[in-house]
Design a protein around this ligand. Structure first.
Ligand SMILES: *Cc1c(COP(=O)(O)O)cnc(C)c1O
Ligand SMILES: [Zn+2]
Length: 561
């Protein structure tokens, strides 16, 4: 399989060998793999239907001569999942999640590890050094174990203990460095040099960047399966679709670098028409790239003391990776953005409750970025967006769940000893939850909207929920059940929300029940006037997050007391 490595500084091109890490002509460490795209464009499409959906499906575009099946752990081929509830909440229906938690070491680093370890094994390497904020070391450890490569993992002492134990479990020697991640990288480099060991060079390592391309390939294929083949454009017929946006939480920025290379290669081979814009999201306490981008600087000023709880994203000095991304973003579209730890934790909670996806805080940074970019109007409601859910290698933080996230059932000892008596069990259960919950009526003609509101309420508290799908049914329900709160849609056929509200107010039995109006359309001044003084609050559909909505519900219920 012919492929070569081209120097980014002097264009000098040489055959690839994993241990040769610099350009022989100018000594630059920044190079990229080049393949015979013309031949691959002709041969690959016919091959794909026979190949399993995993990372090695695109082997002609990877820097490994013959993929070694004995190292395989199921890398790549993660699902692309539509985020229906998030889409409804945010008013942006085409949001897809590339679920990288479903890789063998539950983060997208297992792609990097699979390709790197395969390339090193091929080159006869038996011992290596890596510096990591956690997930790279976990992924490399798993693959190194299979390949019989001894691994030294240098991690900062801030890496959560569960991650350290996982690294050690695979038989890797963990070296904890009390210092920043950038300092840890330096220590690892000195150690490797002293011992003459292979050092993983992050974004400058050919296999790492190449591995990340497979995410781009998979997204293009999967989006085409889900949304159907792309339209003919300017007479050419692209094979696959691409999203308008690819969003990822970044630390050193290797993911976007590799993914953009993947999309560029697909375009060069004529498989796609358009390279997506990339949104690269950093944690506010360590956001050298987002800061430089804001000032339109080509070079990022390193952050020497990162201030974030999200250790995975604590690369203070992105070096040249930022500059490379800066130029790519100017060419094919893209933004850097940052979010606070609190925003990330909140997004993590929303994602779990609304989509059933529990991600680690680092991955949630991408979702917090998504929320922000939609709110700022940078991502449009009609855009197709793919968010990389990069990993889940940590249990949910106490910071997110707070106290009282579980209720205890303590059975009386008599019940425990004998066969449980139903009365004893019931008495114990009654202590777990009160008998009467706030009663909420949801009135909306769209079953999807009712399901969304029901889900939001269920996931953030205890409510007795009633539903009505039209105005007449709603009035009957409200007079019969006397709910503590009505959530009312305005636009319904036959009797609309305005009419329901008037009738409620005209009946002394229902006149004082608080009402939250949820509406999809912008109201005219006249309509606003009709609602004035009649309702608790007005929520715009597709423009609230679940917890904002619940805040409104709680406030209204408190007022009704
Ligand atoms: C490594 C990692 C990132 C950052 O990736 P880069 O593209 O290298 O900046 C984000 N999230 C998770 C879970 C990671 O493991
Ligand atoms: Zn060179």
């Amino acid at each position: 399989m012919p492929f070569t490595v081209k120097c980014l500084d002097c264009n000098h091109t040489v055959p690839y060998f994993p241990t040769a890490t610099t350009c022989p002509r100018c000594e630059s460490a920044w190079r990229e793999a080049v393949y015979d795209y013309e031949t691959i464009a002709q041969t690959l499409p016919a091959q794909l239907p026979q190949r399993p959906f995993d990372l090695w499906r695109y082997r002609e575009l990877l820097p490994v001569r013959s993929p070694n099946p004995t190292l395989f752990l199921g890398e790549g081929g993660t699902p692309l999942i539509q985020a229906v509830n998030l889409g409804m909440m945010l008013g942006c229906p085409n949001i897809f999640i590339k679920d990288e938690r479903q890789g063998p070491t539950v983060s997208f680093k297992d792609r990097q590890a699979a390709v790197t370890i395969a390339a090193l094994k091929e080159a006869g390497i038996t011992e290596m050094v890596v510096a990591s904020t956690g997930n790279v070391a976990i992924a490399y450890s798993a693959y190194a174990a299979r390949a019989g490569i001894k691994l030294w993992a240098f991690v900062t002492s801030l890496v959560p203990a569960v991650k350290m134990r996982e690294i050690a479990l695979y038989g890797t020697q963990v070296i904890k460095v009390t210092g920043s991640y950038d300092q840890t990288k330096q220590v690892a480099a000195e150690f490797a040099q002293q011992r003459g060991l292979y050092l993983d060079r992050g974004a400058r390592a050919i296999p790492s960047v190449e591995a990340m391309k497979t995410i781009a390939f998979e997204i293009a294929e999967q989006l085409t399966t889900i949304l159907g083949p792309p339209h003919i454009q300017n007479g050419t017929h692209p094979l696959w679709r691409t999203p308008d946006w690819y969003i990822q939480a970044i630390s050193g920025g290797m993911g976007p670098l590799g993914i953009l290379k993947g999309f560029r290669e697909l375009k060069e081979m004529g498989f796609i028409e358009k390279i997506p814009a990339v949104a690269a999201i950093q944690s506010e306490g360590c956001a050298p790239m987002a800061e430089a981008w804001k000032r339109d600087q080509e070079i990022a000023t390193p952050v020497s003391t990162p201030r974030t709880h999200i250790e995975t994203l604590a690369t203070g000095d992105p070096g040249r990776t930022y500059t490379l991304l800066y130029h790519h973003f100017h060419q094919s579209g893209g933004v850097f953005e940052s979010v606070s730890d609190e925003e990330a934790f909140r997004a993590m909670h929303v994602l779990a409750k609304m989509e059933g996806i529990s991600a680690e805080p680092a991955a949630a940074v991408a979702f917090a970025g998504l929320f922000k970019l939609i709110r700022n109007g940078i991502i449009k409601p009609t855009d197709t967006v793919v968010v990389n859910c990069t990993g889940h290698t940590m249990p949910p933080e106490t910071m997110i769940l707070g106290d009282g996230w579980a209720r205890n059932v303590v059975l009386p000892s008599r019940v425990r000893e004998e066969t449980p008596q139903p009365e004893g069990l019931l008495a114990a259960l009654n202590r777990v939850a009160p008998e009467r919950f706030p009663r909420v009526a949801i009135v909306d003609d769209s079953p999807d909207a009712r399901r969304l509101i029901r889900r939001i309420l269920q996931s953030q508290g205890h409510y007795t929920i009633f539903e009505a799908s039209d105005g007449l049914e709603a009035l009957q329900l409200i007079t019969r059940e006397k709910p503590d709160l009505v959530i009312l849609d305005l636009m319904m056929p036959e009797m609309d929300g305005f009419a329901v509200l008037e009738k409620m107010k005209a009946n002394p039995e229902t006149a004082t029940i608080p009402v939250i109006v949820s509406t999809a359309k912008a109201l005219t001044p006249d309509e606003k006037k009709r609602l004035e003084g009649q309702i608790q609050s007005l929520m715009q559909k597709g423009d609230f997050l679940s917890d904002e909505f619940v805040d409104e519900v709680r406030t209204s219920l408190r007022k009704s007391k």
